[in-house]
Design a protein. Sequence first.
Length: 95
Amino acid sequence: MIKFFRKIRYSLMETGKTGKYLKYAIGEIVLVVIGILIALSLNNWKEDLADQGEETRILGGLKQEFEVNLAEVIRNIKLNTSTRVSTIALIELIH
């Protein structure tokens, strides 16, 4: 592919067709820019996929932590309820 473009470039320069050569040069620059933009898009897409994986992992960890915390809160509520009932019973015995 590079040889093809090189042949076009040399033939345009040798024949003295400056206008056509400038059009060719601009076209080649546009192709390079498009290639760079495609590469950047692919790179961003790859980074987005990696970020989504990391996000899923973090959210899974948070879910587990919330479940553990919920179980602990429920256990503490039961313990406090039991303590409250015992305290009320002791107060009634004292009075």
